[in-house]
Design a protein around this ligand. Structure first.
Ligand code: NZQ
Ligand code: ZN
Length: 392
């Protein structure tokens, strides 16, 4: 196991009625920028709940609304301008990963003299940041308890992750009832995203047994509760378990002592950057093909995927022979594909999400493979193109 430090200052307030705890924001000042998306929080009444706590605690609210799924730098800039003009003390995101990521970069941009895009391209420029608070409305990205933000400039087909310890929210409100209204499509995509974060941490050659067992628990939680949440949107236990899975899949815990670079995320971010697709759907489409590609390139990974099959899918077979391990691993990949397509109802190919051409594959693969040097299995540009082609 590698050395590690784990430090997350985020206070999690979990459960029905947790919104009351947002009164703690008053410790950070009296002017907040409320950051939210296309209006779901108004339809669901979450907006009213938030405003009630703000009013009761004497916090003046300014608003940045209309944050896009795959949030744009142009929206971040509007938020930064507002913070600077109004002397905002703190930023409150109410929404999913897009609103939270946007809020984080707005919070840093408000303390930065240059253009906020600099902070996306170069994380070392993030040296000051307003306090960030979140009210999570959808289980997926784990942004509610981590140091990451992903921002796009679709005018340049660019989507990049940035990070800072200063981005870790001061407090996140996790009320599972706030996710009852998440539509089937996004419940499914969110579940796939949680699973993908887990895979990115789980597949490595380190002997970090406890972390791997945590990861398998998260995967089983998604496999059990994802389909229930899709069928019964207001099933509290399903929504609660998915919510806590989403947070723990990417708050650092399961990658401790075994970190390596991520694989499917850089490959997917190019799909979102060029075609603006839903992040979790792209991951679900790519993941089984990625598993097949790494088994082909590095046969040592067959054992990793076979162990996943045994421990997560309860597959049985002969782990003592190469052939036996390969058979279990291939069935594990099939189980994964079937789960995404049949149990979650996610499209199984790129053309089903509107990507009909190969025009950008070379360029996308070049950008993605440049980030895969430190990955579980580094892949070349041509190998990434093959993955895109395999799922066309
Ligand atoms: O915009 P509104 O109207 O709020 O609607 C949203 C949006 O259309 C809707 N929604 C959210 N909560 C809802 C709801 N609809 C009804 N009821 C609710 N309670 O769902 C849609 C998707 O929301 P979004 O925030 O875009 O989804 P998600 O949480 O999946 O975030 C995706 C973004 O996060 C990035 C992705 O790349 C993408 O840009 N990621 C961020 C990460 C991080 N910060 O650590 C890691 C991830 O790997 C990921 O890359
Ligand atoms: Zn993700």
């Amino acid at each position: 196991m590698q050395n590690f430090e784990w430090n997350i200052p985020t206070v999690i307030e979990f459960g029905k009625g947790a919104i009351e705890k947002l009164s703690a924001m008053a410790e950070s000042g009296s002017k907040a920028l409320l950051v939210y998306g296309g209006g779901s929080i108004k339809r669901t009444g979450i907006y009213d709940d938030v405003m009630k706590v703000m009013n009761e605690n004497g916090i003046t609210v300014f608003e940045l609304s209309g944050v896009e799924p795959n949030p744009r730098i142009q929206t971040v800039r509007k938020g930064v301008d507002l913070c600077k003009a109004e002397g905002i003390d703190m930023v409150l995101a109410v929404g999913g990963g897009s609103s939270i990521d946007c809020a984080k970069v707005v919070a840093a941009g408000a303390c930065y003299d240059g253009d906020a895009w600099d902070l996306v391209l170069d994380a070392s420029k993030i040296t000051k940041c307003l306090p960030v608070y979140t009210v999570l409305t959808m289980s997926a990205t784990g942004s509610e308890m981590n140091k990451n933000a992903v921002i796009s400039d679709l005018t340049k087909n660019e989507k990049w992750g940035t990070h800072s310890p200063l981005f870790k929210p001061r407090m996140s409100i996790l009320d599972p009832t706030y996710t009852f209204s998440v539509p089937k499509k996004h419940t499914a995509a969110g579940t796939a995203d949680i699973m993908s974060h887990t895979f990115e941490n789980y597949f490595n050659f380190e002997d970090a047994a406890l972390q791997k067992t945590f990861a398998e628990g998260i995967l089983k939680t998604c496999i059990k509760y994802g389909p229930i949440a899709i069928e019964e949107p207001d099933n509290y236990e399903a929504r609660a378990n998915l919510m806590w899975a989403s947070t723990n899949a990417i708050n650092g815990l399961i990658g401790l002592g075994s970190s390596c670079g991520w694989s499917v995320h850089p490959i997917e971010h190019e799909l979102s950057a060029f075609y603006d697709i839903t992040h979790g759907e792209g991951l679900a489409i790519l993941t089984p093909a990625w598993m097949e590609a790494i088994m082909k390139k590095d046969p040592r990974t067959i054992t990793n995927i076979a162990v996943y099959g045994q421990n997560v899918w309860n597959l049985t077979g002969n782990m003592d022979t190469e052939e036996g391990r390969l058979t279990i691993a291939q069935r594990a990949v099939e189980k994964t594909r079937e789960f995404f397509v049949n149990s979650l109802g996610i499209p199984g190919s790129l053309h089903e999400v509107g990507i009909e051409d190969e025009e950008h594959f070379e360029k996308m693969a070049e950008k993605a493979s440049a980030q895969l040097g430190g990955a579980f299995v580094p892949l070349s540009k041509d190998e990434v193109v093959e993955i895109y082609r395999a799922v066309k």
